[in-house]
Ligand binder design. Structure first.
Ligand SMILES: [Zn+2]
Length: 277
């Protein structure tokens, strides 16, 4: 990553529990904000392999002045940790919050849930305390490792017969207890999946929101990885729109528009907007 970034503009990486990773946070490693430079226009948010897309964006925005991060660092993180990183990048800092909007299943009223990045990090901090997941199956304790970005990317390209086949295949590849494949049968899939959900709450995130109009307590599931990718995609759309507006007005090329510092781009856009009135 060779983009020049002001130190105060770097979003610090979330905390890591593994001792080998703690040094990164001290070396000024972090994320630059997405949607500022030309390379951010090269990200295709419609890419079918969502896990590979997530890895790409995380790597693209990483700043690591002291080169403390190991290569391919994000692909080796747990899926939950990757979601925390993506949300941090998409929201633009630890002091930010996500606003999740739902529809009440009772009266149709719009419901909003605010989730701060601090709350998200707290959930992940708890999850980070355990690196394996144990499930008792047929009187035997089976241990699983948590899925990483690498697993996610691999599964995205794999071909499975059906959902059940996919679940058994994915769970089987995470088992660390030897010779346990017979225990991972159809009946145990939902039990194992529940243990995975409990161990990594950000992955299949669920929340409850009560409605002020009809008092109904609604339960929702939110795909936080897609939420983050959608937020980042909208940031890219705003950049494209800014380029379009300035290119149309001043007949500048894409590169020329991007060569103008952000604060001045903002001023030009204000001036163009004022001319329309
Ligand atoms: Zn309601």
């Amino acid at each position: 990553m060779n983009v020049e970034v002001e130190t105060e503009d770097v979003i610090p990486l979330p905390s890591f529990t593994m001792s080998s990773l703690v040094a990164w946070s001290k070396g000024g490693a972090g994320f630059r904000r997405f949607g500022k430079v030309e390379s951010d226009l090269t990200v295709d948010f419609s890419a079918p392999n969502r896990a590979a897309l997530a890895t790409r964006v995380l790597e693209l925005c990483t700043v690591d002045p002291e080169r403390l991060l190991p290569p391919h660092h994000f692909i080796e993180l747990s899926v939950g940790k990757r979601i925390e990183c993506l949300l941090l990048l998409a929201a633009g800092g630890r002091d930010k919050a996500l606003s999740l909007v739902f529809t009440c299943q009772g009266c149709g009223e719009d419901l909003e849930l605010e989730l701060t990045l601090d709350e998200i990090s707290e959930i992940q901090r708890e999850a980070d305390k355990s690196e394996t997941i144990g499930v008792d199956l047929e009187g035997r304790r089976i241990e699983f490792r948590k899925p990483k970005g690498r697993d996610q990317e691999l599964w995205a390209g794999a071909v499975f017969h059906d959902e059940q086949d996919a679940a058994v295949g994915m769970i089987g590849s995470l088992a660390v207890t030897p010779e346990c494949s017979t225990a991972i049968g159809t009946a145990s899939v939902s039990e194992i999946e529940k243990a995975f959900d409990d161990a990594d709450p950000l992955v299949n995130f669920s929340c409850q929101v009560s409605c002020g109009e009809c008092d109904r307590l609604n339960g929702y599931r939110v795909d936080l990885m897609e939420t983050a990718l959608d937020m980042l995609s909208r940031i890219q759309s705003r950049l494209i729109h800014a380029i379009h507006t300035m290119a149309s007005q001043y007949h500048w090329s894409e590169a020329e528009v991007l060569g103008v510092p952000e604060w001045r781009r903002h001023r030009y856009l204000q001036l163009i907007e004022a001319m329309k009135k």
